[in-house]
Design a protein around this ligand. Structure first.
Ligand code: ZN
Length: 342
């Protein structure tokens, strides 16, 4: 089975995820099912919902146009307390030898050894848990944080986030705040990946201008195939390619389908089509996976992480060579993480 590194999941914050070492019938992902599907590593998001609900899955309509205002902001103290609790779920798994929390690229490589535990990259999806003066950033780095999105799809002191809209350009709202610029610079200095997936287009270009490292959108699709505000325009794709970065192709059906339908009855082939589109435009070195397991509706035929071998077969059918599939499934993410963590 080909080893897979996936760029984004929300398993740590889904309901019933207090112990991911136990197999569950709920959601898309836990450690036993990861083993079964060949997923040996991934970026594990820590997310604080606006409304205090334990689960954070966003649902959209059956199809057609859609517009939602940005979610309510969340207070820094609330987010900090919640995020520490969620991070502890991951650190507890590490203490028990169930996962390795990546602190260096050697940790990522270790997960490819036969019988080794999988590797998890700790990620903040929205940086509300970090104060505006960035005093907590080093504490988080020590805790294991190696990746962060300045915003989820809501405003905070760093940026504005992209609202969920369809059809819509991602150019909705203002870019980074002054504190947002400082956050991106501080992340680049320490070696914390800055993820662009929930930024609006102004924020995207603000980060790009800082040249903090290869540009990364951990879980997005191609706007040319699905004109949702969360997807990347050709110009954004070109910038990602030029920077040496990557797009983790999202499995969330609203961002895959041309009609935005939040519908599990969506063919797996669409994921391969987005991968194909990005590869044809900027090169296969800039294509990777970014499922959004446990954060969105995914094609039903995958049935969660255990279905990954079916996706590999779909990539093969889309014309990718074995070496290209290896790069999409592992090598490209490894290159990006190594570049940011140097
Ligand atoms: Zn997300």
């Amino acid at each position: 089975m080909i080893p897979i590194f996936d760029g984004h999941n929300d398993a740590l914050t889904r309901e019933g995820s207090e112990d991911l070492a136990r197999r569950s019938e709920r959601g898309h992902l836990d450690l036993p099912r990861m083993r079964e599907g060949g997923m040996r590593g991934g970026i594990f998001a820590i997310f604080t919902p606006s409304d205090g609900e334990p689960s954070r899955q966003v649902s959209f309509g059956a199809s057609g146009s859609y517009a939602e205002p940005l979610a309510e902001p969340v207070a820094q103290e609330v987010a900090a307390a919640h995020a520490v609790r969620i991070a502890d779920r991951l650190l507890d798994l590490e203490r028990r030898g169930e996962v390795v929390v990546a602190r260096s690229i050697a940790d990522v490589d270790s997960a490819r050894r036969e019988g080794a535990p999988p590797v998890a990259v700790m990620h903040l999806e929205g940086a509300e848990a970090i104060d505006g003066e960035l005093k907590l950033l080093d504490t988080w780095y020590k805790r294991g944080l190696r990746s962060l999105g300045p915003v989820w799809s809501r405003a905070n002191v760093f940026a504005h986030g992209v609202p969920f809209r369809f059809p819509s350009s991602p150019d909705v709202g203002p870019g980074l705040t002054e504190r947002g610029f400082a956050l991106v610079a501080a992340c680049a200095e320490r070696g914390i990946v800055v993820d662009l997936s929930h930024l609006n287009e102004a924020g995207f270009w603000d980060v790009a201008r800082l040249e903090p490292g290869p540009l990364v959108a951990s879980h997005s699709g191609a706007h040319a195939l699905c004109p949702a505000s969360r997807n990347l325009t050709d110009r954004q794709l070109d910038a990602i390619g030029t920077s040496g970065g990557l797009v983790g192709i999202v499995f969330a059906t609203p961002f895959l389908r041309p009609d935005f339908a939040d519908d599990p009855n969506t063919p797996l082939r669409l994921i391969a089509e987005h991968a194909r589109y990005v590869a044809d435009r900027i090169g296969v070195a800039h294509v990777a996976l970014g499922s959004d397991f446990d954060g969105a509706t995914i094609p039903g035929s995958l049935a969660g992480v255990t279905g990954l071998p079916l996706l590999v077969a779909a990539l093969r059918r889309a014309g990718f060579e074995p070496a290209e599939i290896e790069a999409i499934c592992w090598g490209n993410w490894r290159r990006i993480l190594a570049a940011w963590w140097r």
